[in-house]
Design a protein around this ligand. Structure first.
Ligand code: B12
Ligand code: SF4
Length: 537
């Protein structure tokens, strides 16, 4: 039988209780699947949900296996995850799940059940929201799916289970009762100030604070990714975001956390974890000049402007004033999604930006000595040779500091998936999304979206060599003096030295091995095909 125990409200006490690992049975364990074991980005869903659950009086832990070696296979890490959940024996286990992670999460949940786990199993996140039927079916090991934004739903669900109330009265759920039943739509959280500080204390922060190159592209820094807003007002056809919010009622799906709380969080990260840098992982950080100004002013007031930081945003909401303010407050890098140099393709993607805005944004950043990263996409729907040339022309024209060219993949939950992937993938095919190698090419014939006949794998490799590689080793914007000062003052000096060796050496080897593999594999295949196999007789 399930036993739910509820702690008293009062967050200081709750924090103490919920992080006490000797406590036998927390109410819930949130699981970040080991498919993210290599990811240097903190598991946002788990730390936001855990913090909110604790605030509401529930005891919560996070299982988040990390792979420091980068060599471990996924299966042993899945087993380790299952072992840990069984050892903790929570009343509920909640799995966050992207489409790429479906098989892995299903395997872990089946193992849990096989090994006698009696608690309730809950899935949430992008894939369960888009396809609850993949989790809720007759004989499924999952009990509930939380649709969309999870904080209020999980709290009400745990409360209903604890007090034996009617679960069907909880909005934003799907479960099985003879067939899949969905409860009413839930409103998004209008006021994000109710969200407490994300539960960093439940993570292995030593892992996340290792100096790495993803905060400020290709420069090595110790720091974290943070989020200051939620949702995005746009409708890009290749992005899952619009479908995530479609399961809710909302006046505005784009919402901001109060700046004072974001600054509290950064101050905490600086004091407690000695971060040297941070990256604002929002979809639309620069939505208002006023907010950017308030944030930057706050950084100065709290003496946080010595931190090195970067943002990502869209060219149509980026202004010259913002560039000035950002630069003065320690921001060194701005990342934009440019995607294509063809106005026709941009329109088709519903990107909502123009080439003029792209040119202006990059020129502004150059003028204010902000490094830039440009994200481009190839294999976009209906892309022709002419569109491709326009993309390369634009890439040359904008003189970004760094470039990434990614092969467009139609993902479940996106408009292009519905339009182009016929028949849709079956449940056991989602694995093909795993791995973040953008040079894989087209991994399934249904994913060929472009109209030109170029070999996408070769094209991606060529673009990588042409635009990305040489810039990895040359960085004109970050002064060595500033870098050395940060290094000297850092709490992670030893780790920086290790990271320099690991990253520079391994990056060098990995890049050239990767490119050689891309270029040589098709040649080897062709040669093999030409050499007829010997008939043993
Ligand atoms: C950060 C991020 C990552 C990080 C993940 C970091 C981490 N440790 O969590 C990294 C870099 C690892 C990553 C990798 C990938 N990502 Co990604 N990523 C994102 C991004 C930008 C933000 C997600 C996020 O953290 N949001 C903030 C949190 C708070 O919101 P949330 O995740 O939606 O969680 C809320 C609810 O969904 C719900 N919820 C979520 N989980 C759970 C669990 C339970 C139990 C409950 C109750 C509720 C619940 O409650 C949460 C709080 O309200 C999104 C785009 C976006 N803007 O959403 C893409 C996105 C999620 N990624 C996507 C993809 C495709 C990938 C990759 C497959 C790309 C690739 N080819 O490699 C890989 C998959 C890697 C893997 N593990 O297999 C797609 C997913 C589409 C899909 N159908 O699954 C998205 C939507 C972007 C897109 N192109 O559309 N990604
Ligand atoms: S702007 Fe970014 S987050 Fe928003 S819909 Fe487009 S791709 Fe998705």
């Amino acid at each position: 039988m399930l036993t739910f125990r509820r702690t008293h409200a009062g967050s200081a006490i709750i924090n103490m209780i919920s992080t006490n690992h000797s406590n036998p049975s927390p109410d819930i364990v949130l699981v970040s699947p080991p498919t993210r074991a290599y990811s240097p980005i903190v598991p946002f869903p788990c730390i936001y949900l855990a913090a909110y659950l604790r605030l509401k009086g529930f005891r919560c832990q996070i299982v988040d296996i990390k792979d420091r070696s980068g060599q471990r296979d996924i299966r042993p890490m899945e087993e380790e995850t299952v072992e840990r959940i069984l050892a903790i024996n929570p009343s509920c286990a909640g799995f966050t799940c992207l489409s790429a992670e479906y098989s892995s999460v299903l395997r872990m949940v089946r193992q849990l059940k096989e090994r006698g786990y009696k608690g309730k199993i809950i899935a949430g996140g992008h894939h369960p929201t888009f396809y609850p039927q993949d989790f809720i079916f007759e004989g499924s090991p999952f009990d509930y799916v939380v649709l969309g934004e999870g904080e209020e739903t999980i709290v009400e669900l745990l409360d209903a289970l604890l007090n034996k109330r009617n679960v069907a009265a909880v909005a934003g759920l799907a479960f099985y009762e003879g067939k899949m039943v969905s409860t009413s739509k839930r409103n998004v959280m209008e006021d994000l100030s109710v969200l407490p500080m994300p539960a960093y204390d439940l993570l292995d922060m030593d892992f996340y604070l290792q100096p790495r190159t993803s905060i400020i592209r290709y420069s090595i820094f110790a720091g974290v990714d943070v989020q200051t807003t939620r949702g995005c007002p746009c409708q890009c056809t290749y992005c899952g975001n619009p479908s995530l919010w479609a399961v809710h009622h909302y006046k505005k799906r784009f919402r901001c956390r109060p700046i004072s709380q974001v600054l509290d969080e950064l101050e905490f990260l600086h004091r407690r974890y000695h971060i040297d840098s941070f990256f604002i992982n929002d979809d639309s950080f620069t939505i208002s000049e006023e907010r950017v100004r308030e944030f930057c002013k706050g950084l100065h007031e709290r003496k946080l402007h010595a931190l090195v930081w970067g943002i990502q945003t869209r060219v149509n909401i980026f202004t010259e004033n913002m560039a000035k303010i950002l630069k003065k407050s320690g921001c060194v890098q701005v990342e934009f999604g440019v995607e294509s140099g063809s106005p026709r393709i941009l329109k088709l993607m519903k990107k909502g930006i123009t080439l003029e805005q792209v040119r202006r944004a990059y020129a502004t950043c150059r003028q204010h000595h902000l490094r830039t990263f440009a994200n481009f996409m190839i294999n976009t729907p209906t892309e022709t040779e002419e569109d491709l040339r326009a993309t390369m022309r634009l890439a040359r024209e904008i003189h970004a500091t760094h470039y990434g060219f990614f092969v467009t993949v139609p993902l479940p939950g996106t408009e292009i998936y519905k339009d182009y992937v016929h028949p849709p993938l079956s449940k056991d095919e989602y694995d093909i999304y795993l791995g973040s190698n953008p040079y894989k090419g087209i991994v399934d014939p249904r994913f060929k979206l472009c109209r030109h006949g170029r070999n996408i794998r070769f094209l991606a490799a060529w673009l990588y060599l042409r635009f990305t590689v040489r810039r990895l080793y040359l960085d004109p914007y970050l002064s060595l003096i500033r870098y050395f000062r940060i290094y000297r003052a850092s709490a992670y000096r030893k780790e920086y030295l290790k990271a320099f060796w690991d990253i520079i050496f391994h990056r060098f080897v990995r890049h050239f091995k990767g490119v050689a593999d891309i270029l040589l594999t098709p040649l080897i295949h062709r040669l093999k095909r030409r050499t007829p196999e010997r008939n043993p007789s």
